[in-house]
Design a protein around this ligand. Sequence first.
Ligand code: MHF
Ligand SMILES: O=c1ccn([C@H]2C[C@H](O)[C@@H](COP(=O)(O)O)O2)c(=O)[nH]1
Length: 281
Amino acid sequence: MSLADQIFINMCKDILENGTSTEGEKVRPKWEDGSYAYTIKKFGVVNRYDLSKEFPALTLRKLAFKSCIDELLWIWQKKSNNIKDLNSHIWDSWADENGSIGKAYGYQMGVKHKYKEGYMDQVDRVIYELKNNPFSRRIITNMYVHQDLHEMNLYPCAYSMTFNVTNKPGSDKLVLNAILNQRSNDILTANNWNVCQYAVLVHMLAQVCGYEVGELVHVIADAHIYDRHIPIVKELITRPTYDAPEFYMNPDVKDFYDFKVEDFELRNYKYGPKVDIPVAV
Ligand SMILES: Nc1nc(=O)c2c([nH]1)NC[C@@H]1CN(c3ccc(C(=O)N[C@@H](CCC(=O)O)C(=O)O)cc3)CN21
Ligand SMILES: O=c1ccn([C@H]2C[C@H](O)[C@@H](COP(=O)(O)O)O2)c(=O)[nH]1
């Protein structure tokens, strides 16, 4: 069993057994047929993934590895907020007639800010700091920009990364750790999707900035299972599990902006059957 499976199974059991229902509350999302999408939720879930031990892909079901990296590159590398630049259809329901999701995600990563060294966007600032000032405790990105929230079709869920370079205990190597802060997480649809995206981001930044990968700590404020997902989750967590797949990233890429989806592979990836997941909009 992969560590990621273990963490996922324990988290789902905890939400199902100890979570609270939002039924009857004033909720925002709806199902396709117009009925409200309620959840069972737990506040304040924290999961730690040691990326030096394994890549955290679930084996209970297949992670859509290529699409999740494509979305990560859309946000962090292309810095786009337009679904025309995305190869999947996962954002279609939140885009306007021009394909824009508003001033969310990639838009925020492309905004330049003034620093002592000149104007940089958040991604370039992280790379600059990791290369020039790695022991800084100020290496943070943030997409939750209050002045722009009214122009976002969906407020950013996975909204902040905190990077931290640390000495590997008992060695002279430096590891890149990170905390992913997420205000809201649809556990069945996007928990493993978000974890694996940001695990890939840590691998990418570690490679181009000269570090080993360390831990990814995922802090979730509202960890929820939607009502129509409950039977799917109950079945999923009883499935057999397999060892974690091997993560491959093209070692020749040394510039963050040169990575392509084809530079990443999951090898020897064994997983359970596909599940159909309705997504609340
Ligand atoms: N309710 C809700 N849950 C979410 O997870 C979510 C939203 N809304 N709104 C914005 C984005 C869109 N996200 C999504 C939406 C769909 C898939 C999805 O269908 N995933 C499939 C594979 C898709 C593919 O290969 O292209 C899966 O099997 O994981 C994933 C993330 C995550 N976000
Ligand atoms: O990367 C993502 C994007 C979205 N989600 C989920 C979390 C919620 O279920 C919805 C957003 O609804 P809010 O009412 O704005 O919280 O989308 C996710 O898990 N990961």
